[in-house]
Design a protein around this ligand. Structure first.
Ligand code: G3I
Length: 389
């Protein structure tokens, strides 16, 4: 399926609008009013960041008085990693920090660890913003997921030009090893899991994406990146992260086949992240559950890693959005998935505004940090899954 939007995206006409299939889907999704839904969600009173020693108390209070526990406590009580993408540049805002700390027990730097951000030229390392996020996590007892070590999407600039100019396989291998090792060593013991390879498959289709790494190193590059990452930090959990498999059956099949091959070859891969950018505002019931079950049967962990759900033209857009949030959580948790990460948390800051235009309000808090029905739906599923049920 090729569309004008897809061709424009690939040609770089709208360079930030790069999940091309999403452009096609976006055409059938109407803009929705972003009215605020009432929500008895997260208590908004001060910071709540229970240390591990309070887990028993947290579990008890969430069981007996669910209204009194924050979403973060509900996640802790359910044994679920509830994460969100964050930007270092927003951490100086009190509302941002407070909402984040009351709601989530894990964070993912949205852009700060990407190769183009942290290592923009051969001799320049820009650790500052990533350090800021990791330090914040350490100070507030949050897990950190590293995103990402290897990602080359032509129209994004996710890999810096100096790397894209290296055509000699031996030199590219040397540079990659140096990059992965330097980054993973710096955050060893602080970043517990990494997206080693991001989006290795074709945006639309069912093959390996023909990126620079594949072009120079061959199809085995995916396994090679995992081996390098495992050598750099044997303790870290290593993930492959993929987009748009929720609504492309052929691509989902390709993901399963790729992961099966990696596992069969003994590649040190621990998990698969399904991003969950549900651009059309929905996903066919049962699709995620089936996909997760199949991936789990290969012996890898599964996670939702970049969830956001733009509102659609539904008559009650925020209720419809909440229903889909609840559905995604339920299917994920039912399939023994133990991580759900949203791609940001407030509609004030979301890449969807650039990608689809403003007003699609894809996240669980509105622009003023007020919880939406979507947050209630997340909480309800966490409370249902307390004690690993
Ligand atoms: O920081 C600069 C700023 O200084 C400059 O003025 C501005 C001008 O456009 O650009 C800013 O950088 C932008 C950055 O986001 C921060 O806003 C980059 O141009 C822009 O390309 C970058 O987009 C990010 C995109 O990945 C590409 O890296 C999005 O924020 C981020 O949400 C998005 O995240 C991706 C995941 O990594 C992988 N899966 C899909 C997901 C959604 O697109």
């Amino acid at each position: 399926m090729r569309t004008a939007a897809l061709e424009a995206a690939e040609a770089g006409v709208r360079p930030r609008r790069f999940v091309a299939i999403a452009s096609a889907l976006a055409a059938v999704v109407g803009l929705a009013a972003a009215s605020l839904a009432a929500c008895s969600g997260a208590a908004e009173t001060g910071r709540v960041a229970p240390p591990a020693s309070q887990t028993t108390t947290t579990r008890a209070s969430c069981t007996h008085r669910p209204d009194a526990c924050t979403t973060r406590q509900a996640a802790d009580a359910a044994g679920v990693t509830l994460g969100t993408a964050v930007a270092a540049s927003h951490l100086d805002q009190a509302d941002y920090r407070r909402t984040l700390l009351e709601t989530f027990n894990s964070i993912t730097p949205e852009n700060e660890l990407k190769w183009s951000s942290i290592h923009p030229t051969p001799d320049t390392w820009n650790f500052g913003p990533a350090d800021q996020i990791v330090d914040f996590a350490q100070a507030n007892d949050l897990q950190v997921k590293g995103h990402n070590l290897i990602w080359d999407q032509k129209v994004i600039g996710s890999t810096p030009d100096w790397v894209l100019r290296i055509d000699d396989p031996a030199e590219l291998r040397r540079v990659i090893r140096d990059h992965i090792t330097t980054v993973m060593h710096r955050y060893r013991g602080k970043v517990d899991r990494w997206d080693v390879v991001n989006e290795p498959l074709d945006t639309v289709g069912s093959g390996l994406y023909d990126n620079h790494f594949r072009h120079v190193l061959g199809d085995d590059y995916v396994a090679e990146m995992f081996r390098i990452a495992h050598e750099a930090d044997p303790e870290a959990h290593l993930f492959l992260n993929e987009a748009a498999v929720e609504y492309q059956p052929a691509k989902a099949g390709a993901l399963i086949a790729l992961v099966k091959r990696l596992v069969d070859e003994g590649t040190p891969i621990d998990g698969v992240g399904v991003q969950g950018h549900l651009i059309s505002g929905s996903v066919e019931p049962g699709v995620l559950r089936t996909l997760f079950d199949e991936l789990r049967s290969l012996g890898v962990a599964v996670a939702i890693t970049e969830l956001d759900i733009p509102t659609s033209s539904d008559a009650r857009p925020l209720d419809a959005q909440a229903t889909v949030y609840g559905q995604v959580l339920a299917e994920c948790l039912d399939a023994s998935c133990r991580e759900v990460t949203t791609w940001g948390f407030t509609d004030r800051y979301t890449w969807i505004d650039d990608f689809l235009g403003p007003g699609r309000a894809p996240l669980p808090f509105d622009r003023s940090y007020r919880p939406k029905s979507a947050l209630n739906a997340i909480r309800d599923e966490l409370l249902l899954h307390q004690n690993g049920n």
